[in-house]
Design a protein around this ligand. Structure first.
Ligand SMILES: Cc1cc2nc3c(=O)[nH]c(=O)nc-3n(C[C@H](O)[C@H](O)[C@H](O)COP(=O)(O)OP(=O)(O)OC[C@H]3O[C@@H](n4cnc5c(N)ncnc54)[C@H](O)[C@@H]3O)c2cc1C
Length: 404
């Protein structure tokens, strides 16, 4: 196995580290504890990101990005994740990053011109509408209840979604809808591009949530009530929505791991800095073995997580789906990142809770990672299914022989 990051990825990651340290963190400090950051601040950061040549590491060069492949972008995304503003500034934050990737891999030329180009330029925003309220699909997407029926050359979409990240500002939604009610749900759903200004589309509200300000996204409830769009708005093959979603979600889960890994790394940097400066009982608290071991354990687990991410990313870069590797990396990184941020909060005492440091915002944001893109249990279910797929019954030979 090869865990060495490609040279080009390392070079861009170095520039990204400088960009985040010199440009993003000062803005982050200015806005900590405030209300939400204005779009103009993000626009300015994006302009600076272009000057540092770190804008859109994953976006194809023809759309103004750096065109890094999946493996090379990994260390760059880690650097972006060191600030909650990093991914937004570098145009590699969810959900636009995953939506652009989907448009890139399965979009038609027309769809790419109409949506991918302005999304890549940061002129438009998008949302991904899959999760539904109580009677619809959540952890079990087979329960998908949103429908799209064909009338002539149009889809007529009816349904109710929630937790659509970025819904408040989205110009277009990628909507997962059932398009063949007779097929198995995994073979009878499609992803359809629905412009926000389509009649029958209503962004009902932003759901109040943990980690809302200053840089948290909106997560919206969206209704589709007889919304009509041309059949050409189908993204990828008709009825292949889940296969397309898998192409989006596998890499997107890993890119979340990369960014949250960066967040956890910085949280531990902040904690060690604080512990080295702050004294109690006659010495810096960094000298307390109990505290040192907690940092050591977090560092070890984070290293393991980053290694798992690289392993799964290698498989994806080699064209594999890497379902189990991604599931393992996702569930492990989500927990490790949460633990690391929690340790950092504890080590910084009151300042872990205060908003002069970014830890409190990290803490609020990292919690969602164990739920988004599949809750822990959903990934453990997949890993367990694989683990139990072919039990080695001959290992029981002695037990059954003596038991007869
Ligand atoms: C911050 C945030 C952003 C999001 N962004 C988006 C987005 O942009 N687009 C979108 O479509 N969705 C989005 N979601 C929704 C997210 O994908 C879902 O919350 C997630 O898939 C879990 O679905 P659910 O909330 O319906 O939980 P439920 O399906 O109601 O499950 C609740 C809990 O039950 C447990 N559980 C479920 N299945 C099992 C099982 N088999 N075994 C054991 N326990 C189980 C898990 O602990 C799970 O958390 C977002 C959610 C959050 C919190």
């Amino acid at each position: 196995m090869e865990y060495h990051d490609p040279d080009v990825g390392q070079e861009v990651a170095e520039r990204a580290r400088e960009f985040v340290e010199n440009e993003v963190i000062p803005v982050e400090r200015e806005w900590l504890g405030h209300e939400s950051i204005p779009d103009s601040v993000i626009d300015d950061l994006r302009e600076t990101a272009r000057q540092y040549e770190v804008y859109g590491p994953q976006i194809p060069e023809e759309y103004g990005g750096l065109g890094l492949d999946f493996r090379a972008m990994l260390p760059v995304f880690e650097e972006a994740g060191r600030s909650l503003l990093g991914g937004l500034a570098m145009r590699c934050a969810a959900p636009d990053e995953g939506n652009m990737h989907t448009l890139e891999i399965v979009g038609t030329k027309e769809q790419q011109q109409r949506w991918l180009a302005p999304l890549a330029a940061g002129e438009l925003n998008s949302g991904f509408c899959m999760t539904e309220p109580m009677q619809g699909g959540g952890s079990d997407p087979k329960m998908l209840s949103t429908t799209a029926e064909k009338e002539g050359d149009e889809w007529v979409i009816d349904g109710h979604k929630w937790w659509t990240t970025g819904g408040a500002d989205a110009d277009v939604f990628l909507v997962m809808a059932r398009t063949d009610p007779d097929a198995h749900p995994y073979e009878g759903a499609s992803i359809i591009l629905v412009p926000r200004d389509t009649d029958g589309v209503e962004v009902v509200r932003d759901i109040p949530h943990l980690g809302g300000e200053p840089v948290g996204s909106s997560h919206s409830e969206v209704r589709f009530d007889g919304a009509r769009v041309p059949v050409e708005n189908t993204l990828g093959p008709e009825n292949a929505g889940f296969a397309v979603a898998q192409k989006r979600l596998g890499p997107a889960r890993l890119t979340h791991c990369m960014r949250f890994g960066g967040m956890a790394d910085r949280a531990l940097d902040i904690a060690t800095a604080y512990a080295s400066e702050r004294e109690s009982f006659g010495e810096p608290i960094a000298e307390k073995q109990a505290l040192r071991f907690r940092v050591a354990r977090s560092r070890t687990r984070l290293h393991a997580a980053r290694t798992m991410i690289r392993h799964a990313a290698d498989d994806i870069a080699a064209g594999e789906e890497a379902r189990i590797g991604v599931a393992m990396a996702k569930v492990f990184t989500a927990n490790v990142a949460q633990e690391a941020v929690d340790e950092a909060v504890q080590i910084c005492g009151g300042n872990g809770i205060g908003k002069d440091l970014p830890l409190a915002d990290f803490y609020e944001n990292v919690r969602a990672f164990r739920i988004i893109d599949g809750a822990d249990e959903v990934h453990l279910r997949s890993i367990a299914r694989e683990a139990f797929a072919e039990p080695k019954l001959d290992e029981l030979e002695n037990v059954t022989r003596f038991g007869q």
